[in-house]
Write a protein that binds this ligand. Sequence first.
Ligand SMILES: Cc1cc2nc3c(=O)[nH]c(=O)nc-3n(C[C@H](O)[C@H](O)[C@H](O)COP(=O)(O)OP(=O)(O)OC[C@H]3O[C@@H](n4cnc5c(N)ncnc54)[C@H](O)[C@@H]3O)c2cc1C
Length: 599
Amino acid sequence: QVLFPGKIVTKSSDILSSYDYVIVGGGTSGLVVANRLSEDLQTTVLIIEAGGFDEQEDFITIPILSTANVPILGSGAKGTKYDWNMTGVPQAELQNRSIPTPAGKIIGGGTVLNGMVYNRGSKEDYNRWEELGNPGWNFDALLPYFKRAETFTPPSAEVAEWDIEYVPEYHGEHGRVQSSFPRFVWPSSRAYINSMRELNVPILKDSMGGDDAGAFWFLLSLDPKNETRSTSQNFYTPSRPNLHLLANNQVSRVMFQSGSLNVAAIGVEFSTGKGDKMNQVSAVKEVILAAGALHTPQILQLSGIGDTNHLSYLGIETVVDLPGVGANYQDHPLLVTVQSVDISINTGNFSNATWNAEMRSLYDEKREGPYTTAAGNFFAFLPLSLFTNSTSTFISQASAQSPAQYLPPNTSSSIISGYAAQHAILTRDLSSQSLANQEFIFGDTVIIPSLQTPFSRGTVLINSTSPFDFPVINPRYLSNPLDVAVLVAGFKYARTIRATSALQEIGVQETYPGMTVQTDEQIEDFIRDGLNTENHHGCTAAMLPRHLGGVVDSELRVYGVQGLRVIDASIMPMLPAAHLQATVYGIAEKVSATHPPRF
Ligand SMILES: Cc1cc2nc3c(=O)[nH]c(=O)nc-3n(C[C@H](O)[C@H](O)[C@H](O)COP(=O)(O)OP(=O)(O)OC[C@H]3O[C@@H](n4cnc5c(N)ncnc54)[C@H](O)[C@@H]3O)c2cc1C
């Protein structure tokens, strides 16, 4: 039975008055779940997305331009109309600096803006989720869904000399997101591999099977057919008769019906912008929030789901008192350190117009050369004990902490309990040999330590009842002093890497901050001046038991409401030590498949 012709709907007047499922956000997770739900042609699905389609601009499709790793080649889609262009509030621990928080406002969401790194965390990263009270959320249970999202392509002949290895069983063959190695490797990778060997860091054959503690070649979300970005747009099938996509419309709130026993989500309100007509659409089965970790908590709070004290201060009537909404924010902060290098082919060459034009032609004509890649190909995810001798000091410091002290004032008791549970795990895992504490990103002119298991927790809270005002994003970077302390150790290790004979052979010399920065205090000051972000916003509607500040249960249903689920990066209780997209794809595939009759 064909219910209606499948199409991208451009006017709200053209949609049906009701669908089985209404999905808020056509980004990474939303398009995956829409795909799975609409496989059943009897099930009607509407996606409402605030952004529109891109026009396949070079700054979106071409890896070296779109990953924005080389400043002289631009910023990719960041800062364009495809970005929400939000900024966090001034950070007390970062000399009051405000850090921009890019997030995709486009069909495809973060997968259109991101750095294209495609990797997974270690087993322990995901097993922690189960340990925190979420049955069925461990690495082994997730692996089939990680694979389901992915089509992996082995390295091409152009990079054969690099002997990039892989384990086929760790990868998917039929998913809609492409993962592959680019057709070009930056020559400095050889020096980095040798530096890791010199420092006794394990070189991993393939990090995707639950062991990412070491150094390895990383995959990109890259389509090997034409060496262009692969996004979650691939999960959208416009020909499906039962799937509608309404672009350029922003959902302002979820609508509820109050029964005698429970509250049920029955639809959403949306409009094309501030002052425009507000429309409504009904969801017969469920409303599914996939608006990302910065907007999902905003929509929940605008809908009356959040901390009662906060909501009543804004004059919003509480539907469900869930203090965890917008709490528990986590991110991976990073620190760029810069160096000069003496190697003939390096990313600095892009400033030579002739070389740049030649490389661009090589890409345009043959889909080869450095335009196929990001600014690096090889990096490391390292447990603390692999890069510092101070592990036991850090464990003592963590053990001596009273966790509540590092949360915002007036934090509710359930969130304090949830953070205490996470804090105990974080403290224990400081001594783990298999769970990364920091990532070290290697480029010709940079080594970038990035903290993967932060102790700090931030917030995303509305301070206005208008859906068109941005939520207040307060990452609270370094609010737990342990994060500064381990970053100091990471900074020192970047210098240890630079001092290896492998990097000395290619003339690597630190230029920023430079060797005048020596003492721990000076390094700490540099960190506070320079800390930035990997843009891995997560954990703001956490999957945790309700008494631990949870917002969703282990089937991703919002507590206290029928027919409302969250499926995006907000649900992670703790960030994995990995770039997030592969994990988000896996979560969305898992929730689509494991709750009969799908949901
Ligand atoms: C600049 C940047 C670089 C990154 N680099 C990497 C990387 O190299 N590798 C990696 O693995 N990960 C990376 N990430 C992270 C990764 O891309 C994200 O974690 C992931 O895409 C998030 O998926 P999501 O489904 O949670 O949200 P999103 O993909 O952000 O989707 C949310 C969607 O909801 C829409 N939306 C929001 N509010 C509303 C509303 N009210 N009404 C309607 N629609 C709404 C948004 O417009 C968006 O399209 C990066 C992210 C950014 C921003």
